[in-house]
Design a protein around this ligand. Structure first.
Ligand SMILES: [Zn+2]
Ligand SMILES: [Zn+2]
Length: 337
């Protein structure tokens, strides 16, 4: 029996925190249920999930549909896209049965890459290998989710890259429906996946096919900034997301997300600091509702802070007692996204 290997690459960096990662988790579940109802898919489809944050890892090795268990996705700092592509190429070479004179091998694998950030590692050589190698290792579909996409990255990996402008559960669900339909049609012998533009939900819009010769303009400053904060009362970690406001060239506090306990287990992911002068507003601490934040002058930890700030507070990370200064701008440690 010829197998149809399907690889799903999922960006689990912090810019996916909140609704996007939850929606992808639900999308995987819906896709699996859909495929299991299709006898052709059940016979031939094998799925592997590769996740990437600061590192890439095989969350589920290539597994038959009937035995597949959905991995639990959780976010971490960093976007190691290059490592993920390298791992993908290695796994395909290892997993996929080639056609020889004696046997008809597996179908050409289909790859769905979901990412919403900018890579934080060297990715060009891996992208180049995947795109230039002949015959092609796989049919690759890249799906850029959100506003801070470097489109040139996606189009250097594959000719077929889509952009979801507003990442909502509904849009992610639609993409997974399309992914399932494509996999089903390929498991019945079609050569290429169903074109998204011709799929039933195309008319409701919300996505674009990215034209490599006409890339949308993007700003050269990061469009989002993530601060890793710690609650001074509970000592738990959360993340505050600031979004760039083009008109005023500043960042406005947009949301907070509680970070999973293992968030820092593979390092912190560092980016250049940003001046506090560019950051406007604050969202209350999700644990104790303190409305402001401050940065430790000793260890650099950002912490929630009551407003008005008492004369002394204790850093939840290095335990140093801080005399609170105010009014002067300082450099804030931000993370890599
Ligand atoms: Zn707090
Ligand atoms: Zn400290």
């Amino acid at each position: 029996m010829r197998r149809l290997p399907v690889y799903i690459l999922i960006d689990c960096s912090e810019s996916m925190a909140g609704e996007p990662i939850d929606a992808v988790q639900r999308g995987l579940d819906a896709m699996l249920q859909q495929l299991r109802r299709n006898p052709h898919a059940l016979e031939s489809v094998c799925i592997s999930v590769i996740t990437f944050d600061a590192r890439a890892k095989v969350a589920v090795p290539l597994t038959e549909l009937s035995d597949f268990n959905i991995p639990v996705l959780s976010i971490k700092p960093g976007t190691a896209l290059g490592a993920a592509l390298k791992l993908l190429a290695e796994r395909i070479k290892r997993d996929v049965q080639k056609t020889t004179t004696e046997i008809k091998g597996d179908y050409r694998p289909i790859v769905f890459l979901l990412t919403d950030g900018q890579p934080t590692d060297e990715w060009e050589s891996a992208a180049n290998t995947l795109k230039k190698v002949n015959p092609k290792l796989a049919n690759i579909y890249a799906i850029g989710c959100g506003k801070e996409i470097d489109f040139s990255v996606l189009t250097q990996i594959t000719d077929i890259a889509y952009h979801i402008k507003e990442v909502s559960s509904e849009m992610i669900a639609k993409f997974f429906i399309w992914m399932s339909a494509s996999v089903q049609s390929m498991s019945q012998g079609a050569d290429v996946p169903i074109s998204l533009e011709k799929s039933p939900f195309a008319e409701s819009g919300g996505f674009d096919l990215i034209d490599p010769d006409n890339l949308p303009l993007r700003s050269d400053v990061p469009l989002q900034i993530f601060l890793h904060c710690r609650c001074i009362n509970t000592h738990k970690f959360y993340m505050m997301r600031y979004v760039f406001v083009e008109e005023y060239k500043v960042y406005l506090a947009k949301s907070v997300h509680v970070l999973p306990d293992d968030f820092f287990s593979e390092g912190r992911g560092v980016s250049p600091a940003v001046s506090s002068e560019l950051l406007y507003g604050s969202i209350p601490c999700p644990f104790c509702a303190n409305t402001s934040w401050a940065q430790c002058g000793n260890c650099g930890q950002i912490m929630c802070d009551p407003d008005p700030t008492p004369p002394q507070i204790q850093c939840p990370s290095c335990q140093v007692i801080l005399n609170v200064g105010s009014g002067t701008a300082f450099e804030v440690t931000r993370s890599s996204g």
